[in-house]
Design a protein around this ligand. Structure first.
Ligand code: HEM
Length: 135
């Protein structure tokens, strides 16, 4: 491969490496299934609305734009900051850790095409979720 070709070749985004929107949807379905079914996440579940249909639709769209893919969530929510949107919830170390753990399991349970990027996403989301805790 020539030098010019090397420079021109665009690096794959994390969105592409994880397998795109279909895989992010699979991860999210597993995440909310775990939240609904495993008593270890009961406190986290109780914070959410009884019907998780909208969350199952919105979270993959957020993760898509966040990882370098289509920015549908931002187009649907102009000016909205996902971190500030969580300011009204009483997130503490326990519930932050429940979110992080359920997401780590959901990614591990999903056959992602690139395990390295799956693990990297789990690590970053873990830090973000625990970072939302205020006590
Ligand atoms: C990196 C971590 C997180 C991400 C990416 C994330 C993402 C989201 C998104 C995209 C929404 C929907 C907002 C909208 O579309 O308007 C949402 C809602 C929500 N999130 Fe998070 N979240 C995270 C961490 C957490 C944590 C740690 C908690 C609690 C411990 C939490 C609790 C909630 C609740 C209660 C809602 C509202 C759900 C409802 O009304 O049913 N989130 N989150």
């Amino acid at each position: 491969m020539s030098e010019a070709q090397t420079i021109d070749a665009p690096a794959a985004t994390p969105f592409e490496r994880i397998g795109g929107l279909d895989v992010l949807r699979e991860i999210t379905q597993r995440f909310y299934d775990l939240m609904e079914q495993d008593p270890a996440y009961a406190e986290l579940r109780a914070m959410h609305a009884p019907d998780l249909t909208e969350m199952r639709r919105a979270l993959p769209l957020f993760l898509a734009g966040w990882s370098g893919g289509p920015r549908t969530w931002w187009e649907e929510n102009p000016g909205k900051c996902m971190m500030s949107a969580h300011g009204g919830f009483r997130i503490d170390q326990r519930t932050g850790a429940q979110w992080a753990e359920a997401m780590r399991r959901a990614i591990a349970d999903t056959p992602v095409p690139d395990r390295e990027i799956g693990d990297a996403m789990a690590d970053v989301l873990d830090r973000m979720a625990r970072g939302m805790a205020r006590d």
